[in-house]
Design a binder for this molecule. Structure first.
Ligand SMILES: Cc1cc2nc3c(=O)[nH]c(=O)nc-3n(C[C@H](O)[C@H](O)[C@H](O)COP(=O)(O)OP(=O)(O)OC[C@H]3O[C@@H](n4cnc5c(N)ncnc54)[C@H](O)[C@@H]3O)c2cc1C
Length: 324
């Protein structure tokens, strides 16, 4: 069963979630017995495309078109669907990033395929094709059975490890045919928040909530994040009142993340917040209320005043870093 993986890139560079998707797709192909092809849309160097072989891609279909340098979900979906037809792929893997989400459903419609929206594991069975995913805002798990001939798997970032081995992928230029409808809407401008680690990519996230009392107190959160090489996040009310930008808001109505370490400072741990962070591998909670619900979800808890605990933590991290 041949597998096609959408190898998403950002400004010509692949990120960890792309390598996870390829590692996952390669393992799937091993289970189901078939070839592994990655499709790359946009300007990525030949060297970087060949390097996808290290993660298990045997071949790369390279789609280069000036109109596709910025993400366009309809046109990207059209290119991926045509690539899957060309390869007779029965499984299409797309990392379920923000962009991936906008593409995966469209690909599924074009291919008349069932979609697993946010898979967290390899299939438990290939016949019937059954994959586990989260449901009810991460409070439950469900096993999705996909019975269509072609299947689309949207893989939750950070839910599958990156596998590497020796290998180099061959590159083939691919020119899909686009219709005017594929470009019915286009983005005019993309503004990037520069110099910051993207939340969905971060291994460590330092997050804070209303317990911090005001935006003027975020200096210590940013300092701790910088020392740990972490991204910063916040609870919804904090973004709603403008203490922090909306792109930092995590939870049911914000971004869903699954870092290796999530440090929550002055956040109560409401169910809607947990919905976005409960996939974190290790959760550390700092809260001055020992009854705060977040402690129940925490691996480690510090019951104390954030304004005392966080500066001490910063000092300890500094000491640790200078000693190692
Ligand atoms: C439909 C819906 C969707 C929602 N979506 C989201 C979402 O996506 N994300 C989200 O975050 N919320 C969401 N919410 C809101 C959610 O229900 C909570 O209201 C919100 O998460 C609370 O934010 P908070 O923990 O920062 O603030 P609070 O609930 O006010 O908690 C502040 C915490 O800080 C602690 N604290 C106070 N002072 C200190 C101190 N000095 N040191 C240490 N700790 C201190 C307090 O003990 C308390 O636990 C949603 C709500 C609804 C109804």
């Amino acid at each position: 069963m041949s597998v096609l993986i959408f190898a998403e890139n950002w400004d010509g560079k692949f990120k960890k979630s792309t390598y996870e998707a390829i590692s996952y797709g390669a393992e799937l192909a091993k289970q189901a017995g078939g070839s592994v092809t990655a499709v790359v849309v946009g300007n990525v160097s030949d060297e970087d495309m060949k390097a996808l072989g290290k993660y298990g891609a045997q071949k790369v279909l390279s789609v280069k078109n000036d109109k596709l340098n910025a993400m366009n979900p309809s046109a990207y979906a059209s290119a991926i669907a045509q690539a899957s037809q060309k390869e007779s792929a029965k499984i299409i893997v797309i990392s379920y990033t923000y962009s991936g989400r906008s593409v995966a459903g469209r690909v599924a419609v074009r291919m008349k395929a069932g979609l697993v929206a946010g898979a967290t594991a390899l299939p438990s069975s290939t016949s019937p094709f059954t994959i586990r995913k989260k449901c009810f805002s991460g409070k439950g798990l469900t096993d999705v059975v996909v019975s269509s001939d072609v299947k689309v798997v949207g893989l939750t970032p950070n839910s599958y490890k990156v596998n590497t081995a020796d290998g180099s992928a061959s590159i083939e230029s691919f020119t899909p045919t686009f219709s005017d409808a594929d470009f019915a809407s286009t983005s005019k401008e993309t503004k990037k928040t520069s110099g910051k680690i993207p939340l969905t990519e971060a291994d460590i996230v330092v997050s804070a909530g209303r317990g911090l009392k005001g935006p003027e107190n975020w200096g210590m959160v940013e300092q701790l994040a910088e020392l740990l090489g972490a991204a910063t996040a916040c609870s919804k009310p904090v973004a709603d009142v403008g203490w922090r930008p909306h792109h930092e808001h995590v939870g049911q109505t914000g971004i869903t993340i699954g870092p290796n370490l999530y440090i929550a400072i002055g956040i109560s741990g409401a169910i809607q917040h947990l919905a976005g962070v409960s996939s974190s591998k290790v959760i550390v909670v700092i809260n001055n209320d020992k009854e705060a619900p977040f402690f129940k979800a925490a691996n480690y808890g510090i019951c104390g005043d954030a304004f005392e605990v966080v500066p001490k933590l910063i000092e300890e991290v500094k000491k640790f870093k200078s000693a190692h």
